[in-house]
Unconditional design. Structure first.
Length: 438
């Protein structure tokens, strides 16, 4: 977690906490769905208002009634532990329902924390709801706000009050911008959350044998080599035909959206279950198509048999065209074997992702290769006039040629192979763009 002041959104289930988070947040979006208990892990975002920044936390709904659901018990434990470390609480209640017994139980717990808190009366979408506000003053907060999170009503006043409150209590720290964003991707129950917790050395993400425990992308910063890396754990991605419920469709969308905003993908696979499934291969292709760096993490090698190992080696030969482009690390979260190699490998691949090729060296490499092996379109010779790198992350090369339309997949693959043979670029996608000479 960051060193910024922490503001947590709390309340019973289904009062609109995630909708409020999405309205206050600038980047991270919490999953909203009209069903109690959608948010399980807390998610966070850095919010800036009037030049002041704070960390906003969205928590799972607080519920004190006894339950036999071990996962729900664990969710509550994590929420209550988190609240003891925050600087300000936003206690959300539902204007249309009024003060409930569950609200009073949450309020009773808030008082034991001895933390400042605001009451946020949400869903004030009508004059009737406005008239019922008097009921909420009995909750005894220092400040009460009537808002409609879904319509952005009253949000500015809440932000101003938050800045005023946290400014009174502590010095505002500047949050260091992360070097890169690393997303853990994979099918349900392959060990993504365990890997995240192992790297952070604290329990940031819920771990359970129940598939689908992580429902939305959650993130946490980690320091490595004096740089900040943002780690993101995502919901498990299933095959489309296995995604039937609307909630799970939202989980898959949340994971794929996290990929689009990432720099590097850690695709986690349970190698004890056998060869990579089609869905996992598709995830690798998807990440590379999105121009993201990719590392394949083969988890649970403590359960790997000799037969499975031999099968995987044959699989690597069959898909050599893919595996030669990505880094592969075998590990076991259970025993800790090779978990310590993940961040060094991330750092190495990140540096490759940022490769800035020497201009003269790049030009000589391509032009010399064409002297030894000219390229043709039908009978027409492809002429290369100029080579220039236009960006990194990923390395992007522009080729100025006599006819850009003549460079198809095979010709572009020829130039990519030259780069990969000359430089160590495993794990990194490469973009080569043919352009006509103007």
């Amino acid at each position: 977690m960051s060193n910024l002041p922490k503001v947590a959104i709390v309340g019973r289930m289904n009062v609109g906490k995630s909708t409020l988070f999405n309205r206050l947040s600038t980047d991270v979006k919490s999953m909203t769905f009209d069903y109690p208990g959608v948010t399980r892990d807390f998610i966070s975002d850095v919010v800036s208002w009037q030049g002041v920044s704070f960390e906003l936390l969205d928590t799972g709904g607080i519920e004190f009634k006894k339950t036999s659901d071990s996962l729900q018990v664990e969710v509550q434990r994590k929420v209550l532990e988190l609240l003891s470390h925050v600087d300000l609480l936003l206690f959300v209640v539902d204007a249309r329902v009024g003060v409930t017994n569950e609200d009073r139980e949450v309020l009773k717990y808030i008082h034991t924390l001895r933390k400042p808190f605001f009451v946020i009366v949400n869903k004030v979408d009508s004059s009737l709801a406005e008239e019922q506000l008097y009921e909420f003053y009995q909750l005894g907060a220092s400040k009460l706000f009537s808002v409609s999170a879904i319509h952005a009503k009253g949000i500015g006043e809440v932000l101003e009050a938050i800045i005023e409150q946290i400014g009174m209590n502590r010095t505002i720290l500047i949050e260091e911008e992360p070097m890169c964003k690393v997303v853990l991707l994979g099918k349900p129950n392959v060990g993504k959350s365990s890997i995240l917790n192992s790297l952070l050395k604290y329990e940031r993400s819920l771990v359970s044998d129940i598939p689908g425990t992580t429902r939305e992308a959650i993130s946490a910063p980690i320091n490595f080599h004096k740089q900040v890396i943002e780690l993101v754990d995502t919901a498990g991605v299933r095959r489309k035909r296995g995604v039937s419920e609307e909630l799970e469709q939202l989980m898959v969308k949340s994971s794929l959206d996290a990929v689009k905003s990432a720099d590097l993908i850690l695709l986690v696979v349970d190698i004890s279950q056998g060869l990579l499934a089609d869905q996992e291969l598709k995830l690798i292709f998807y990440a590379l198509e999105q121009k993201k760096a990719v590392i394949l993490l083969l988890n649970k090698i403590d359960l790997l048999t000799k037969e499975l190992q031999e099968d995987f080696e044959r699989h690597k030969v069959e898909y050599e065209f893919l595996y030669k482009k990505i880094e592969i690390l075998k590990l076991s979260c259970k025993t800790g074997e090779h978990v310590g190699k993940i961040l060094p490998l991330v750092h190495t691949v990140w540096e490759r992702y940022n490769t800035d090729f020497p201009q003269d060296e790049l030009s000589n490499l391509f032009k010399s290769a064409l002297i030894n092996k000219p390229l043709y379109h039908s009978t027409e010779l492809i002429r290369l006039y100029k080579v220039k790198q236009v960006k990194t992350k990923p390395p992007t090369i522009v080729l100025i040629v006599n006819n850009a339309l003549w460079l198809g997949e095979a010709q572009l693959g020829f130039f990519e192979n030259l780069l990969r043979k000359k430089y160590t670029l495993k794990g990194v996608p490469i973009t080569i763009l043919p352009r006509n000479r103007s």
